[in-house]
Design a protein around this ligand. Structure first.
Ligand SMILES: [Zn+2]
Length: 72
């Protein structure tokens, strides 16, 4: 992720297929990409936490309930 030269002149968004004739339009578009990425990252983190919590709950249930007689 270190291309600085070619893409800049074409006015194309490196994140999607959109092409812009004005630099201003493109930078505004790139800002929206950044916002989207932020939201997506936050969402992913939430999902991870939810999955971890669910796994934790399941582990607790297994430990306290079924399987107690299996230990030996
Ligand atoms: Zn784009």
């Amino acid at each position: 992720m270190g291309q600085l030269s070619e893409n800049d002149q074409s006015g194309a968004s490196p994140s999607c297929a959109a092409v812009f004739y004005k630099v201003k339009s493109r930078s505004a578009h790139m800002k929206s990409h950044a916002e989207q990425e932020k939201k997506a990252a936050a969402l992913r983190l939430k999902e991870k936490e939810a999955a971890a919590a669910a796994a934790h709950q399941q582990a607790l249930q297994e430990e306290s309930g079924a399987g107690a007689g299996d230990k030996g």
